[in-house]
Design a protein around this ligand. Structure first.
Ligand code: S3P
Length: 430
């Protein structure tokens, strides 16, 4: 699908974004292996979290979606840690790295064999990073060329390990912790830099035997998780596209409600404020151990800057949007230590570079960095999502700041995390 995006004077209004993608995956998996019923409010409408739900259905977990006072409620009928059933068909994770990587941790411990795969993008993404620790725990996994999906997982008894993550990855950490629920003894995961901690928080909420310390999590074989009511905060990574639009377009004033503000996700706000962004936090509360608040964003003079080291890891999903911001910032943006961008839904360094060049923006890239000089202007262009949701949305925002209408080919990729993206865009640019 191709979307036409015309330049806009500014963005205005009060909007919400879909439920957080990362948290939605975790709640669906954990509610499935908890005892009893869980009601989940604001579950992400994105295709990825629905791939997780479809996998859990294939594993014998029933769910239904109902409506109460205009709010959608996902009810999952958990069958306990040992209640999953052999799927009888290949599990399809679609485009979702989180689904295949995290669910593999659960599958590795089941008393049956399961095969899990995904779309053309997912079958090119590295899985060795989860296979190595799972094999150390006693798991049995076969992969194409020993690293790519499909993964054929023969469930087996596992034992705890003490594992230091070689890459900063919350998906790998989560995979090991989920396997650790079933593993004999204690499982310890140490991380070189802090990554999102939604799995740890959710495990604690549902009653797992877990100890959370900075850059170190311990989980013990757990007898039971207890299903409960859960509320998914809005996705800050999805909000980022509209935050950048409001910062860049003159005369903007945008309020985003009920956005997740977990401190392991808000490095984005620190980076933006450090560059001069006018972002106010209007209200904040805690639900299920996660912080949720409202943000107000106004047009700002953005200086630009450098993102590197642990900060790069902390804003990895926001870099497509930050690259767009960087081109129109005063001094430009440098992003270093970003080799992980090469193995996301597409090679994002390449996709960002190609689309920026199409819009007349100069930049330099290396294997793990981007250097985008500032004070440039966007020329309208025919852009491509390269099948990647965040590339589609980031360049739709760039198109709002261009000199005439741009075309975004493959714009439907946005529905992986944010099916309502273009409707919301039209609402705030009216
Ligand atoms: C995610 C972790 C990150 C992130 C992805 C979602 C998660 O991936 O990029 O969009 O839900 O844990 P990595 O774990 O590969 O860094």
């Amino acid at each position: 699908m191709t979307e036409t995006v015309s330049p806009s004077q500014g963005v205005h209004g009060v909007i919400s974004v879909p439920g957080d993608k990362s948290i939605s995956h975790r709640y669906a998996m954990l509610a499935s292996i908890a005892d009893g019923t869980s009601q989940i409010y604001n579950y992400s409408s994105g295709a990825d979290p629905h791939s997780t739900l479809a996998c859990m259905s294939a594993l014998g977990i029933s769910h239904e979606i109902s409506e109460q006072d205009g709010r959608q409620i996902l009810t999952i009928h958990g069958r306990g840690l040992h209640g999953l059933q052999s799927p009888g068909r290949i599990l399809d994770a679609g485009n979702s790295g989180s689904t295949i990587r995290m669910l593999s941790g659960i599958l590795a411990a089941q008393p049956f064999e399961a095969t899990i795969t995904g779309d053309d993008s997912l079958v090119k993404r590295p899985m060795r990073r989860i296979m190595t620790p799972l094999l150390q725990m006693g798991g049995h996994i076969l992969a194409t060329n020993e690293q790519f999906p499909p993964l054929r997982i023969q469930g087996s008894p596992l034992h705890g390990i003490d594992y230091e993550l070689p890459v900063a990855s919350a998906q790998v950490k989560s995979c090991i912790l989920l396997a650790g629920l079933y593993a004999k003894g204690e499982t310890i995961v140490r991380e070189p830099v802090i990554t999102r901690d939604h799995t740890e928080i959710a495990l604690r909420e549902l009653g797992a035997d877990i100890t959370i310390q900075p850059r170190q999590v311990r989980v013990r074989e757990t007898a039971q998780l207890a299903g409960k009511t859960l509320v998914v905060p809005g996705d800050l990574s999805s909000a980022t596209f509209f935050i950048v639009a409001a910062l860049v377009l003159p005369g903007s004033d945008l309020i985003l409600t009920n956005v997740g503000l977990n401190p392991t996700r808000t490095a984005l706000l620190d980076v933006l404020r450090g560059m001069g962004a006018n972002i106010k936090l209007l209200h904040i509360e805690e639900i299920n151990g996660e912080l949720i608040g409202n943000l107000q964003v106004g047009t700002s003079r953005i200086r630009g800057g450098t993102i590197e080291g642990a900060v790069t890891a902390a804003v990895i999903d926001e870099i497509p949007a930050l690259a767009v911001l960087g081109a129109v910032s005063e001094k430009g943006l440098v992003v270093r230590n970003a080799s992980e961008l090469r193995v996301k839904e597409t090679d994002r360094i390449d996709a960002i570079a190609k689309n920026l060049l199409k819009m007349g923006i100069t930049l330099n890239t290396t294997e793990d960095s981007l250097e985008i000089p500032g004070s440039q202007t966007f020329r309208a262009a025919e852009l491509d999502s390269y099948g990647d949701h965040r590339i589609a949305m980031a360049f739709s925002i760039a198109a709002l700041a261009a000199d005439s209408a741009s075309l975004i080919h493959g714009a439907d990729a946005a529905s992986v995390s944010f099916p309502e993206f273009y409707a919301t865009l039209r609402q705030i640019t009216k």
